[in-house]
Design a protein around this ligand. Structure first.
Ligand SMILES: NC(=O)c1ccc[n+]([C@@H]2O[C@H](COP(=O)([O-])OP(=O)(O)OC[C@H]3O[C@@H](n4cnc5c(N)ncnc54)[C@H](O)[C@@H]3O)[C@@H](O)[C@H]2O)c1
Length: 280
């Protein structure tokens, strides 16, 4: 899809390390789609640097620049520094993709949930996303809007920026032993909807993309912890497989592109239909 979409602009992506799945592929796809610059932010600085180098090889724009930023999204100062670093380098941020997050590390059923694990998951996935949305929306609100020239419909404003948060099918449905992750991903929808409303007057779009299983290091770690997951994916997914990262990233690019200019506050499920029916 990146080949079909043409974008200018600057993207800031969290969870974008060579050792990550969706964040890294998002950075490469922005480069392929013609972005002028990408800031790749991750707690794994070396990984972000390596992914930044990889993105340069995909770039369509001859003047494309990529920078790596070390960030801990749970830390306010670190998140504010990440946004300031991107602004200092590029002058504006048009697309912000919040992909940093942690999976369901324990699998404990409700009576045995460890409060520490619960807090850690919420801290990373909820507070981390909120801090990123807060900092980046402040920066976007201060910049000039962009517009798009449609061949048949004339000029339309694209607003001051587009924010995409990574939810999950667990933003909508539950799974046994997954309360920390499921609660955290339900909250992503709440963050997305509220921020979309709060930012209407600044004309900043906020959406979330909510995939089922995606073949990334996070899924590989889950398969190592729970080997029977492979059979579950084959049984539950209508396509009998997990998504490849590109199938999720295409939605992210779409939401950031002029094609997504009338979409706001939504949670776009990408699950091949897995959550449409009860599995008996
Ligand atoms: N892979 C899936 O099956 C799947 C399904 C649905 C939703 N998601 C969501 O998509 C997003 C990306 O998932 P992925 O599969 O690419 O994960 P991943 O584990 O491959 O990558 C996550 C990245 O986030 C970074 N990170 C973690 N904590 C951080 C912190 N505190 N500060 C900064 N960076 C931090 C990691 O270093 C890593 O590079 C996550 O929010 C995840 O919940 C993934």
């Amino acid at each position: 899809m990146a080949g079909k979409v043409s974008l200018g602009g600057i993207a800031l992506i969290t969870g974008a390390s060579a050792a990550s799945g969706i964040g890294k592929e998002t950075a490469l796809s922005f480069a392929e789609a013609g972005a002028k610059g990408v800031a790749l932010a991750d707690i794994n600085e070396e990984g972000a640097l390596a992914a930044a180098e990889e993105s340069k090889k995909c770039a369509k724009d001859a003047s494309f620049k990529a920078i790596a930023v070390k960030v801990d999204i749970t830390d306010e100062t670190s998140v504010d520094n990440m946004v300031q670093t991107a602004l200092k380098e590029f002058g504006r941020i048009d697309y912000s993709v919040n992909s940093a997050g942690m999976g369901n590390l324990s699998g404990a059923m409700t009576p045995n949930i460890k409060a520490d694990m619960f807090s850690r998951t919420l801290d990373t996935n909820i507070r981390g996303t909120m801090l990123c949305v807060r900092a980046v929306s402040k920066a976007m609100a201060a910049q000039e809007p962009l517009s798009y020239e449609s061949r048949r419909f004339g000029t339309r404003s694209l607003g001051r920026g587009s924010i995409v948060n990574l939810g999950s099918v667990n933003s909508y449905v539950a799974a046994p032993g997954m309360m920390p992750y499921t609660a955290s991903k339900h909250a992503i929808v709440g963050i997305t909807k509220t921020a979309a409303l709060d930012l209407l007057s600044s004309h900043i779009g906020v959406n979330s993309v909510c995939p089922a299983w995606v073949n990334t290091p996070m899924m590989e770690a889950s398969l190592e912890r729970v080997p029977q997951l492979d059979a579950v994916i084959k049984a539950v997914s209508p396509l009998k497989r997990a998504a490849v990262p590109e199938e999720v990233v295409d939605y992210i690019i779409f939401l950031c592109s002029p094609s997504g200019s009338y979409i706001n506050g939504t949670g776009l499920i990408a699950d091949a239909g897995a959550t449409l029916m009860m599995h008996t």
